[in-house]
Design a protein around this ligand. Sequence first.
Ligand code: CU
Ligand code: ZN
Length: 182
Amino acid sequence: MRTIAISALLPTIVVLAGCAAAGSSSTAANTTASTQAHATLEARSGSKVAGTLQLSYMDGGVHVSGQVSGLAPNSDHGFHIHEKGDCSAADASSAGGHFNPTAQPHGKIGSSPHHLGDQMNIHADANGVAMVDAHFAGVSLGSGQDSDVMGRALVVHAAPDDYTSQPAGNAGKRVACGVITK
Ligand code: CU
Ligand code: ZN
């Protein structure tokens, strides 16, 4: 009697084990998604721009917040993730082009094809300070995948991004650069 009862239950046990495996893999993805990072922006191209930015993964992208100072009063500035985490050059050219793992043209987030590293301009107030509150959709933080921005660079430009000119929105010199680190 007992043997028969266990055999009858076996298919059910196999199905339950399958669900448990699927559940544990999604838990692992969530752990990666909660990664945090920061970037300390240093002046480049002879500027006095500085800043500290915090990054965290949320809503399928990476949120960047913080403050940038030393900008011209009441001015707009291109702000992007660049592909190389190397700010060593005096003009930050070492950071390479915009982060673009999906091979799209430069553009405006939310309304046209764009690089994953593209973002809206940041705006400096009368004191030359910009509060950053930006969301980079579709990128990840510490995932090790193509979309991963960990170890890349955040760059502030001297001029506003026109969201149209190729390959980088005609945003002028790179006045600050910081590597995204844990
Ligand atoms: Cu840029
Ligand atoms: Zn771009």
